[in-house]
Design a protein around this ligand. Structure first.
Ligand code: PBG
Length: 311
């Protein structure tokens, strides 16, 4: 099939989103030097609303408007953080994944102006985060620290930190790297301390299902191991059917030997209950591994834990 002349890329306008699009354009130019790209900016409800995300009526706050542009034919490609794309339901009808780019660092980072590590922070230190996943895990491992609400894109959060609205932040390592703020990281937290969200550090390319030309042109940007990890992770979330206040964490790992494993955890908001499961795929395909780990968590009481959280 002939490669398309022009690919119009829908993106949010935050510095992180724009950096993500630049990576895609760069990789695409290396693969198909002839293709021109154009950026179609979108503002999503998640960008506009600075209150609690749960008040926006559920998930997809960062993706709905992007999906609409694709489906209306006003853009050909969307670049998403997998982490921001709801997994409890299929992708919007008429759209499909064309590729998952090679995964970046999936850890969370501590940003502390004094350069401290999490274990060194004194009692009462204010950690700026509105993430139920981060709040629950901090409550479990570092109950002497205090979480204060913090939203807005990563650059805005760093500004708020500098303005004294918190003493430290938790942000994704990958996100900080994308916006050129790697030097602000005081500690990259071990996965054991801070289990990452489903899809952490992965960029996904979404196309219209019937747009075979674009799908074929960008599919080569995909990384097969990342695809296996994300497929297992998202199936886990699909089976667990969490809501926007559920502290769920987990990550797949495709080892150099080809073996795939999936670890996942579900927390109570106060961090006092921690459900934990880890399995190797063995002969299972990635999606079945995700199902199996989800079932292991459900056997430990994940359904009751998730449903008991107000949402
Ligand atoms: N919720 C916003 C968001 N979506 C994806 C990332 C980080 C990059 C990634 O994991 O792909 C972030 C910022 C953060 O949590 O620090």
């Amino acid at each position: 099939m002939a490669v398309p002349e022009l690919i119009r890329i829908a993106t949010r306008s935050s510095p992180m989103a724009l950096a993500q699009v630049e990576r895609v354009r760069h990789e695409l130019a290396a693969l198909h030097p002839g293709i021109r790209t154009e950026v179609v900016p979108v503002t999503t409800s998640g960008d506009r609303w600075q209150g609690a995300l749960s008040a926006l009526g559920g998930k997809g706050a960062f993706t709905k408007e992007v999906d609409a542009l694709l489906l209306m034919g006003q853009a050909d490609l969307a670049v998403h953080c997998v982490k921001d794309v709801p997994a409890d339901r299929p992708l919007p009808a008429g759209t499909t994944w064309a590729a998952f780019l090679k995964r970046d660092d999936l850890r969370d980072a501590l940003v502390h102006p004094g350069g401290g590590t999490l274990d060194e922070l004194p009692p009462g230190t204010r950690i700026g985060t509105s993430s139920v996943r981060r709040i629950a895990q901090l409550a479990s491992t570092h109950p002497h620290l205090r979480c204060v609400p913090m939203r807005g894109n990563a650059n805005r959060r760093l500004e708020k930190l500098d303005a004294g609205e918190a003493d430290a932040l938790l942000l994704a390592v990958s996100g900080l790297e994308r916006i050129g703020m790697r030097e602000r990281i005081s500690e990259a937290l071990p996965l054991e301390t801070m289990c990452p969200p489903i899809g952490a550090g992965v960029l996904a390319l979404q196309c219209r299902e019937d747009d075979e030309q674009t799908i074929e042109a960008v599919a080569g940007l995909g990384d097969p191991d990342t695809w296996r990890e994300v497929t297992a992770e998202r199936m886990l979330l699909h089976v667990l059917q969490g809501h926007c206040n559920s502290p769920i964490a987990g990550y797949g790992r495709a080892g150099r030997d080809g073996r795939l494993s999936l670890r996942a955890r579900v927390f109570s908001p106060d961090g006092k209950t921690v459900l934990d499961a880890h399995e190797w795929a063995g002969p299972l395909d990635p999606a079945t591994l995700g199902t199996s780990v989800a079932v292991a968590l459900l056997r430990q009481g994940a359904r009751q834990l998730i449903d008991a959280i107000p949402h």
